[in-house]
Design a protein around this ligand. Structure first.
Ligand code: PAF
Length: 278
């Protein structure tokens, strides 16, 4: 596996390989099994797989969140090597952004609801880095996990808006044995918090099992369950249209809906989602 720190070295490698199809798996490192499942999916469908490790400062609206983001490049490279990733791009901030990028994207509803409302500027930063990666790598397909469902929708919207020639592949959420969605942030949970955090997914499942109730009743149920843990703070819980991600006040049986939540467990912000009407 080749590790490239510069765009020049990566481009040289890609042009020498001349692969018919290139799969791309962007990451911010602190890799776990869910990242590796994206690499595996890419390896199945493409001649060559590019991974990246880059903690993108543009997508953090909070300096302390950026500072606390787990970093483990040496262990990450071992995991990627084991997964037989072909090449990993590990650029510096200066390499990615030689000049300040001032672009402002508008993704309509996606830019204002749920994650967008609670993390101003976050998706703009994600769109900036993904556009830059696509420009450098020119992948055939790019792989993203459904845990970050709104991010996935934003990236699909970006590709449509800019008419980029890349297929966006969504991959299912991987979970710990207690249902906790795998995330790099889980590393920052204590053992007790990790156990408790299983309640987020359990409660989402209980909500899905009561889908005949009103949205208001489902919201109340979720918030009441979470309030049993004094170190949990729910940032939002919404049941949204699966296509537009617009939060719903009532459910129409002919449409698909997903429940979305962000819960702070102690110091760690966790997100999860679950289909309600599929
Ligand atoms: O999901 C992530 O890890 C990041 O948002 C991504 C897609 C790698 C962009 O920095």
């Amino acid at each position: 596996m080749l590790v490239c720190h510069t765009i020049k070295a990566l481009k040289k490698y890609l042009s020498k390989k001349g692969a018919k199809s290139v799969g791309f798996v962007p990451t911010m490192g602190a890799l776990h099994d869910a990242h590796i499942s994206l690499i595996n999916a890419s390896k199945k469908e493409n001649d060559l797989t590019v991974g990246s490790i880059f903690v993108n400062p543009q997508q953090f609206n909070n300096q302390s969140d950026l500072d606390k983001y787990p970093r483990s490049v040496v262990a990450d490279l071992d995991k990627l090597e084991l997964a037989q990733c072909d090449v990993v791009f590990v650029p510096s901030v200066e390499e990615m952004y030689p000049q300040k990028v001032e672009k402002e994207f508008d993704f309509g509803t996606l830019s204002v609801v749920m994650e967008a409302a609670h993390r101003p500027g976050h998706f703009n930063g994600v769109a900036i880095v993904i556009e830059r990666f696509f420009e450098i790598i020119n992948p055939t397909r790019a792989y993203f996990g459904e845990k970050d469902f709104q991010q996935l929708a934003v990236i699909k919207a970006l590709v449509k808006q800019l008419e980029l020639p890349v297929e966006i592949v969504s991959c299912p959420i991987l979970r710990e044995s207690n249902g906790l969605a795998m995330s790099s942030r889980n590393e920052r949970l204590s053992e007790v918090e990790k156990k408790q955090a299983g309640a987020i997914n359990r409660t989402l499942q209980q909500v899905a099992a009561q889908k005949n109730k009103s949205v208001e009743a489902l919201k109340k149920y979720f918030l009441d369950e979470m309030s049993q843990y004094e170190n949990f703070k729910v940032e939002y819980f919404e049941i949204a249209d699966a296509e537009t991600l617009k939060p719903a006040d009532s459910l129409d049986e002919t449409k698909k809906y997903i429940a979305f939540t962000a819960v702070n467990v102690g110091e760690v912000r966790l997100i999860d989602n679950m289909p309600i009407i599929d």
